[in-house]
Design a protein around this ligand. Sequence first.
Ligand SMILES: [Zn+2]
Length: 206
Amino acid sequence: MEYASKLLENAVYEVSQLPGIGKRTALRLVLHLLKQPEQQTTLLAEAILKLRTEINFCSSCYNISDTELCEICANPKRDASLVCVVEDIRDVMAIENTSQYQGLYHVLGGKISPMEGIGPQDLNIVPLITKIKEGNIKELIFALSSTMEGDTTNFYIYKQLEGIDVTTSTIARGIAVGDELEYADEVTLGRSILNRVPFENSMKAN
Ligand SMILES: [Zn+2]
């Protein structure tokens, strides 16, 4: 594509680095911003910059948080003996939307994927195991998507728990194999957490 301006070209290039945004869409968005009052672009740029420089992750569950402990971990009404293991914060949001779950979360930050070069050391697995060894967690619920990477990650964590007194379960598969959690509707997702099954059973089924 030929651009009349280097500034335009740079802006289009940066926007097109976002997932799912091609050069054409990027150009449309950039031209849209140019038509808006300048203030709009300033607010957008400041919000992104602030997000990047000031965002914190909960020191316990790695959920995004503006405070040291996220609102969920800091809430005394939540059941701290129950921890739901999820891939990323979108899953926390999806499960929270069901209003069916009163425990805490642990956000791994991804799934083990040899294809993408993501190993256990790249995920928040060690802090999870450390937390469980402290002995206050009674049940760990695996709620990763049931893809091969999700199953591999579940199994890896499960193996790390050998000899530790903790119950493991996995969300019931109302959610079809390969589906991502965030796409499940709230009722299905809510039910699949309430109807969770022992993790050992899910392995036998495979
Ligand atoms: Zn937290």
